[in-house]
Structures are given as structure tokens and as C-alpha cells.
Design a protein around this ligand. Structure first.
Ligand code: ZN
Length: 288
């Protein structure tokens, strides 16, 4: 099943368009895309029947499929080649940070560059579907509502600023967490642990990998996080980026005004992120 946020309303996507879930369920299910994750079993049961008129929609009207998560986690150094390019040994436990929820942005976002040291990180993003506490790793996928594409945009100066690295701040400027275009339930994939993921900058490929290369795959992340705190319906986990980031290039390369990132995951889709200078008159993180 594919779901999306169409004009701020929770929708089931079909081959012919979008079904407005609240309308088609006669108010039995919420119109608020965030609230839908709080009753995910009911959403899935209804969507399995898929009744209702599907209406064509303009992709520019897609909002973030998870607009206001309570918790947003990030994982550092979760691909072997990315750990290698950063000069880090393969870790024994995942390196967890948070992206503050105000950084979440739509799939077609215009993002203001706060400096000349902003980097790209295409990532598989997990949406939590039910409360998770102390989940054993083999059960991890059963807590996942769906998968989406994300960019973990990162301002490297703030991220690495002494006295200790400030990952959560450096990755939480407005618009630094664009996600979308929709979310796809795990059962849609032949193997949800092995998806092609890639990113282009101005049409030039800068990152490509498969999620089977994750050091800590999705079920392990669910297990490690839920061992410490409850994961809540609608929470997001940015699972880490493959190699090919700008900071690891020689010479280093960072995003500039006018740049366009396309971030894609097999079976989910593509998000487009347009970067502009701080002097350009747009609202950060908003669609055009
Ligand atoms: Zn990242």
C-alpha cells in the first residue's frame, strides 16, 4: 500500500490517483496524516478494501507524509563504505542522534542554505507504526508502518563544532529533513532489507548503494532504540547515508544556491530538494 499527504490530508494512492481516507471511510479514519499512524491497524484493514473515488492530483501538492513526528532519529556511519570514507571503524552499536521535528519538509522542498558548508545525505526513512518497547530484533519489521525517502541535510560546521560534535543541531535547520513522496508498506517489497538507493546533484550521480549494505539494518535499529525508549506511532528513523557525501570528497564539495538534489529509493519514489541562498525570499522548507 502507498499512502501520501495530499494537500494536508491523508490519502491512499492507487494507480489512478488518491483516495481521501477520511472521506472514503465516512470519518472513521482521520484526515490528519500524522494521526493516521496512531490507528495503523485500522488504516491497513480499511485500505485492504480500498473503497472510494480516486482523484488525480498535482504532485506539487504533496506534503511530508509524516508532517509532525514526535521523535525523529538519525543514524551515523551505517554504511561500511561511508564509515570508511569518514575514517571510522565499523561500530559495534549504532551512532544515534536526533533531527528536531521542525526540520521535516515536503518532498518538493525549497531549502535555504544557512552557510556554504551544507552537505547531502540520501537516506531510507522508517515510519513507526505502533508503540515499540524492548523489541527483539527478529520482530523489528512488524513495528514499521512504512518506508519513505529522506535527505538528512547537514550543516557540517555546526555539526562538528567543538567542544563536542553537535549532530542534532547541524542537521536540524529549517527544511533539513525533506521526506516523501509517500510512504510504502513493507509488504510491498520483495525484500525490504535490500533496496537500491541513490542521489543526483544537478543531474550528476553522487551516491548509490543498496540498503542491504546497512551495518545496522532496520530491525536492529528498532531493537536498539526500543531498548532505551519507547518508539511512538509516526516516529521517524533516518537510517544513515551511503558513501559519496560532499565532505568526504577531495576537494570537498558543498551545496550552493541553485543546486537541485534528486533522491530516489527503488519502489518508493523520488524527492526533489532545491537549494537557495539565505537572501532569497522563500519560506524555509516549504514547497514552491
Ligand atoms: Zn545521515
Amino acid at each position: 500500500m502507498h499512502f501520501a499527504n495530499v494537500n494536508g490530508r491523508f490519502a491512499l494512492l492507487t494507480a489512478t490517483g488518491a483516495i481521501d481516507v477520511a472521506t472514503a471511510s465516512h470519518g472513521g479514519l482521520p484526515s490528519d496524516p500524522q494521526a493516521a499512524f496512531g490507528m495503523w491497524d485500522a488504516v491497513r484493514a480499511w485500505a485492504a478494501r480500498g473503497e472510494g473515488p480516486a482523484v488525480a492530483f498535482d504532485p506539487s501538492h504533496l506534503g511530508p507524509p509524516v508532517p509532525c513526528p514526535r521523535q525523529v532519529f538519525g543514524v551515523g556511519m551505517n554504511y561500511r563504505r561511508h564509515a570508511a570514507e569518514a575514517g571510522i571503524e565499523i561500530p559495534e552499536y549504532p551512532a544515534i542522534f536526533t533531527k528536531f521535528p521542525t526540520s521535516i519538509a515536503p518532498p518538493d522542498a525549497v531549502v535555504v542554505l544557512p552557510s556554504d558548508r551544507v552537505d547531502w545525505e540520501v537516506e531510507l526513512v522508517v515510519v513507526v507504526g505502533r508503540e515499540a518497547r524492548a523489541v527483539p530484533e527478529p520482530d523489528g519489521w512488524s513495528y514499521v508502518a512504512g518506508l519513505t525517502v529522506g535527505q538528512d541535510l547537514s550543516e557540517r560546521t555546526v555539526q562538528l563544532r567543538p567542544p563536542v560534535p553537535q549532530f542534532s543541531l547541524g542537521k536540524s535547520f529549517p527544511g533539513f529533513g525533506p521526506i516523501g513522496p509517500g510512504i510504502v508498506t513493507p509488504d510491498e517489497f520483495g525484500d525490504p532489507d535490500d533496496l537500491e538507493i541513490y542521489c543526483t546533484l544537478n543531474g550528476v550521480e553522487v551516491q548509490r548503494a543498496r540498503t542491504s549494505e546497512l551495518i545496522f539494518p532496520v530491525p536492529r535499529l528498532i531493537s536498539e532504540l526500543s531498548a532505551v525508549l519507547p518508539l511512538l506511532p509516526g516516529d521517524l528513523i533516518f537510517t544513515g547515508t551511503p558513501s559519496g557525501i560532499g565532505a568526504a570528497r577531495r576537494p570537498q564539495q558543498f551545496l550552493r544556491p541553485g543546486d537541485e538534489l534528486l533522491s530516489t529509493i527503488e519502489g518508493i519514489g523520488t524527492i526533489r530538494t532545491s537549494l537557495v541562498g539565505a537572501d532569497e525570499l522563500v519560506q524555509p522548507g516549504r514547497s514552491r
